[in-house]
Design a protein around this ligand. Structure first.
Ligand code: MN
Length: 246
């Protein structure tokens, strides 16, 4: 045998998100490396989950982080109802995509935006019953958060095309009814803050996504539901929940 160095199992390619300009022209693809998520980043959602929201920036402590596997990304909007739950819930969120590796060490918040490639709107889908059971026992959230098809996202819009989204609105409709809406100006930690905090814990790299946290109004999704997530007039994700694959 000439060198036993070959891959012995198939290599799964990185999931890819289409990148489009403001006229929806396809510019290329964004290969996903990691998915970081922020919990409790809107005060109204923190309160609806039974947590106390910080009264001021000085009292905000440190953000709650968790992760999803990269291949949880869904780009066509179609989500099979996941196994192991009877309470799949939506969380509409701004998604930040990194186009550059962070330098070694802690990233200064003032430099953080230079890493940002673009934005998407997405859903942090949650098996709320499993998350609640884990929380009650002080156990990790992984089975509640990091499952197959748990990260539907829109196309990515390059940051230069998006302009200033500091006070853009994110919203979610289900079957035509508005379920969630929030102003990105109300984020407890903004994008630069979050990248700064993440860099204390992880080496941020090109291909990373960050789900920035959801406003109030999280609620169940059921097979047959149609959802529409929007970031102002810039981005829209349409999708639906289909019966579990058997
Ligand atoms: Mn979330």
């Amino acid at each position: 045998m000439a060198g036993a160095t070959g891959d012995l199992v198939p290599v799964t390619p990185a999931p890819r998100i289409p990148v489009r300009d403001r006229t929806s022209r396809l510019l290329g693809q964004f290969p996903v490396r990691r998915i970081y998520c922020v919990g409790r980043n809107f005060a109204d959602h923190a309160r609806e989950m039974g947590a106390t929201a910080p009264a001021s920036k000085a009292e905000r402590g440190t953000p709650v982080f968790f992760m999803k596997p990269a291949d949880a990304v869904v780009v066509d909007g179609t989500v099979p109802y996941p196994p192991g739950t009877t309470d799949l819930q939506h969380e509409v969120e701004l998604v930040v995509a990194l186009g550059r590796d962070a330098p070694a060490g802690v990233l200064d918040a003032a430099d953080a935006m230079s890493l940002v490639f673009g934005y998407a709107i997405g859903l942090d889908l949650t098996r709320r019953d499993l998350q609640a059971a884990a929380k009650a026992k002080g156990l990790p959230w992984d089975t509640g958060k990091g499952f197959d098809h748990s990260a539907p996202v829109s196309a990515l819009l390059p940051i230069a095309e998006a302009g200033d989204i500091g006070h853009a609105r994110i919203a979610l409709q289900v079957n035509g009814d508005t379920r969630q809406q929030g102003d990105l100006g109300d984020l407890i930690w903004n994008v630069a803050d979050i990248l700064h905090e993440l860099s204390k814990l992880y080496a941020l790299r090109a291909g990373d996504l960050v789900f920035m946290g959801t406003p109030a109004g999280v609620a169940p999704l059921r097979p047959g539901d149609h959802y529409r997530a929007t970031l102002g007039a810039l981005l829209q994700l349409d999708g639906h929940i289909v019966p579990a694959a058997v």
